[in-house]
Design a binder for this molecule. Structure first.
Ligand code: DX5
Ligand code: ZN
Length: 215
């Protein structure tokens, strides 16, 4: 089980302190949301953040959730910046582009992951199974932190588990100490947590509450 914090809703003026607190609480992977204002109606971070992150936290994994229709410019830029894994959205490009960029990631030593939106049939994953290392099932419509977990996601996770066998399944959106159990029981292994971490002033405390909920 992996808890992967999303820094989207963190105080941007205190990112380093927030990341450090989570790392000290035992976090080994961050989920970094990249939004381009086209694929989703919001903007977030660029490659420079990943460079700085990997310089300061070289032992911590940077998982890039790429919400963009512009893989040609952004995939190489995030690979060069030091991404450990990149999750490409099925809905963000056509299938031949997707095949091309999944292969590109693998040949550059970056873990290639596939993300799907709440309204996309989970069966689309089947076509890419040999090329990917992890599946990301969105439990909210991407674009913003702080949304509620879509309940039918649990069925989608169960269906995905039948398709992917023992590949890690990540769930992203609306995770708190209640929904994390629902997602775990459905078969998810990796939990992205955004706004819940910043709810009561102590990131470490929130991480421990989540760990307690699933252990
Ligand atoms: C939504 C992002 C999520 C989000 C999670 O588009 O992909 O990673 O930041 O935030 P919460 O946990 O607040 O839903
Ligand atoms: Zn995300």
């Amino acid at each position: 089980m992996i808890i992967a914090p999303s820094i989207l809703n963190a105080d941007n003026l205190n990112l380093e302190a927030n990341i450090k607190e989570a790392v000290e609480a035992g976090i080994s992977r961050f989920h970094i949301d990249i939004m381009d204002g086209h694929f989703v109606p919001n903007l977030s971070f660029g490659p420079q953040l990943i460079k700085d992150f990997k310089r300061e936290f070289p032992m911590t994994e940077a998982e890039i959730h790429l919400m963009s229709n512009n893989p040609d410019d952004l995939v190489p830029a995030f690979v060069d910046a030091g991404a450990d894994s990149i999750e490409l959205h099925y809905e963000s490009m056509n299938e031949s582009q997707l095949n091309y960029w999944l292969d590109y990631l693998a040949s550059n030593g970056v873990s290639a992951n596939l993300a799907i939106n709440p309204d996309t049939q989970v069966e689309v994953i089947e076509k890419f199974l040999t090329k990917i290392k992890q599946v990301l099932i969105m439990s909210v419509h991407p674009g913003f932190g702080g949304q509620s977990f879509i309940t039918k996601t649990t069925e989608r996770i169960q269906k995905t588990r039948d398709i992917v066998d023992d590949m890690p399944i990540e769930v992203d959106g609306g995770i708190n100490d209640r929904t994390i159990k629902m997602a775990r029981d459905a078969g998810a292994d990796v939990f992205v947590v955004g706004s819940y971490l910043y709810e009561d002033g102590s990131i470490a405390k929130q991480v421990h509450k989540l760990e307690k909920a699933i252990n």
